[in-house]
Write a protein that binds this ligand. Structure first.
Ligand code: VGL
Ligand code: ZN
Length: 212
């Protein structure tokens, strides 16, 4: 298999300062994915990035809800919503990509979470599972049928992106050493089960790097 086919894309999810150590919603060892993703990016013809991009006062922020704390769960129109520390606010340093991440070969930077009242974990659908980001159309019109998903966080944005990609009919690979999770009450273990159960193939970056 050659990962460089033009029908394959490397999808790099939310490798932003706020999800790295020192950030507002730091994922343990989140920055460790950076060198792995940079190496992988050289293999692919098609490299795509997502960027969590919230307006100030976003409804997924605990600070927008009186008396609520980060990681509380509330019920909103579209179901349950975890409340987060303020993070990835548009135009802040926290929303910027990790400074070590090489985005020079990126062909698309897809922003999500910019609607004040809807959170968006997945790169395909917002959390109401109806509002589209347009990524399916972009991929289909380019005849891309296979995704290699990397980035942060394994149990939130990566997981929802993987599950939606499978629902949308794409072949999905998750590069396990190129993702890290937040792990709220076992959410990381559950995420791996859900991704595996849905038919995602899990592989390591070595497998890709050494097969070329
Ligand atoms: C994410 C929580 C809130 C993520 C984004 O990128 O996984 N998690 N916003
Ligand atoms: Zn967010």
């Amino acid at each position: 298999m050659n990962a460089k086919k033009i029908t394959d894309a490397l999808l790099v999810v939310d490798v932003q300062n706020d999800f790295c150590p020192g950030g507002a919603l730091a994922v343990p060892d989140g920055d460790r994915v950076v060198p792995v993703i940079n190496r992988l990016a050289d293999l692919f013809e098609v490299v795509l990035h997502t960027q969590d991009w919230h307006p100030a006062g976003h409804h997924s922020f605990a600070s927008s809800h009186e008396g609520k704390d980060p990681y509380d769960v509330i019920t909103v129109d579209y179901g349950k919503q975890v409340l987060w520390p303020d993070h990835c606010v548009q135009k802040t340093e926290g929303a910027a990509f990790h400074p070590g991440l090489d985005t020079s070969r990126s062909q698309l930077i897809l922003r999500k979470g910019f609607r004040k009242h809807i959170d968006s974990y997945s790169a395909f659908f917002e959390n109401d599972q109806q509002t589209v980001t347009g990524l399916t159309g972009y991929l289909r019109s380019r005849n891309i049928d296979t995704l290699y998903v990397t980035g942060l966080a394994a149990d939130f944005c990566v997981k929802w992106t993987v599950l939606d990609a499978i629902k949308e009919g794409f072949h999905v690979n998750v590069v396990e050493d190129a993702v890290r999770g937040i792990d709220l009450d076992g959410s990381l273990e559950q995420a791996w089960q859900e991704m595996n159960g849905a038919g995602a193939r899990v592989l390591t970056s070595d497998t890709l790097l050494h097969r070329i």
